[in-house]
Design a protein. Sequence first.
Length: 534
Amino acid sequence: MAEERTGVELSASGIGLALAGAPVLSGIAVPAVGPGRVLGIAGGSGAGKTLLLEVLAGLRAPDAGRVSVQAPPGALRHGFVPQDDIVHRALPLRTALEYAARLRGTDLAEVPLVMDELGLSAVAGQPVRTLSGGQRKRAGIAIELLSRPRLLFLDEPTSGLDPLAGAQLTEYLTRLAATGVTVVFTTHTPADLLRCDQVLFIAPNGRPGPSGTPDELLRTSPDRTLEALYSVEADTAPQEAATEHELTRTAFTPATGRLRQWAVLTGRDLQLLRHDRLTAAITIGSPLIIIAMFALLFRPGVFDLDDPSPAASAMVLFWIAFGAFFFGLAYGLPQICGELAVLRRERRTVLRLGPYLLAKLTVLGPVLLFADALLLVVLRALDRLPQAALSVHLSLFVTTALASFAALALGLCCSALVSEASQAALVLPLLCFPQVLFSGAFVPVPRMAAGGRWISVAMTNRWAFEALGSGADLDELWRGGGAEGRALLASYGDSFGRAAWFGWVVLAGVAVVLLVAAWLVLRRRCPAAHRLGR
């Protein structure tokens, strides 16, 4: 009885929803379902089951209707398990659950308890990608159970499972409900409905279908089966008008602090890099390969004041700028799109976008700084950079570092815009080509057509190239380079006449603008949840 007193009762009336101006739900009423009860929402494909579940869970605001939740103060803890298996697949199961618990501010002691409840203890050390379909489904449920919700929503939890695994999962949900949890799930499998206390059908046109207990529905079914009710047309009787709803924004569980979230997400990103060996190898190996190519491409001594090679010196600095750009872009592009589904799920609970993006910078930033420093050190050791004071080389390093961070921000922004890693791979050359063509290296900016000069302003590679040329005092080198040097001076004009810090300000400003753009894109694509109304 103690569980009953702390339970949650859910009901809804007159729910209406339109997408792109077309009604998809109309006049849907949800009978009251209280603690210890299981409600199954059924209907054909496209009937609107998931949309209704999202409205009930507070993930989507309806155009009409009311969702009512009765719960004692402090008892309204609820979770949402999406249809997809949304867990970081590279991490061991226990590690993935521990990071989910830390984000929610949940005691880590809950992790082994939840795994034991769901029969996952034996596979706790296995990477999630090696688990069976049923085990991954249970892993998704485990994440939500960490905060011990009193109201649990699940979107087609048995989808894709064999009949035995599906039956075991629905049996678990009934046992969970017996502890006082209110359970609501969608399904297109009639066998799942037999274990529910209440069943609500949505007709094919998004209007109310039959509802009641499984026994009641079987008695009213045309052929005494639940399958026959999937095609029953909606009741076309006038529905009670309802034009208000009571949903306001909030998180599912109390949000942890920004600093704590940043620390947890940083640790998780490091673990992902550690466990995804292919990504780690590419992250570490690609700078080494590019550095080796640089050493083979350019001969030593191109910055020798006594015998300079003006054209080659310009190309060395350009490819350093482009290398820094490529490092940042290649690191940033796969970061968000590869875990967009996980990000959406965590945004429904506690995740803040600022700490999320900052964690990416925290993990990838030192790797980029190391790659840039290694590039410059190796090129200087092989006599591909000028023999100059330490301040000159520090200037070159600051330029490459800022170029890399601006490119990383561009990569994160584009990664937030696309949905799959394959799309990010297609974006890579589209972003690289303009940076090469309009950088001012192959066609100096003063020699570009008016349109090209305007485009070059938006190219971070231009500002990095010019800052490197200014830091290396390229104009002075070319003045001693004979006819070739004088010709280049005439072509490039005042491209290297600005102080290096000017390029630094531009690169830093671009990085900030792109990070804000990434935050805005994610805020739109991964909205926070809504609070269930009373």
